[in-house]
Write a protein of this length. Structure first.
Length: 30
C-alpha cells in the first residue's frame, strides 16, 4: 500500500499523529 509506505516515512519524521488524523478523516469521508 502506498499509504503504508507514506505513513512510515512521516512516522519516521515524528509526524505519526498528523498522518493518523489525515487517514481518519479520509476513512470518514469514504
Amino acid at each position: 500500500m502506498a499509504l503504508n509506505a507514506f505513513g512510515h516515512r512521516v512516522i519516521g519524521r515524528g509526524g505519526a499523529r498528523k498522518v493518523w488524523d489525515f487517514v481518519s478523516k479520509q476513512c470518514l469521508l469514504t
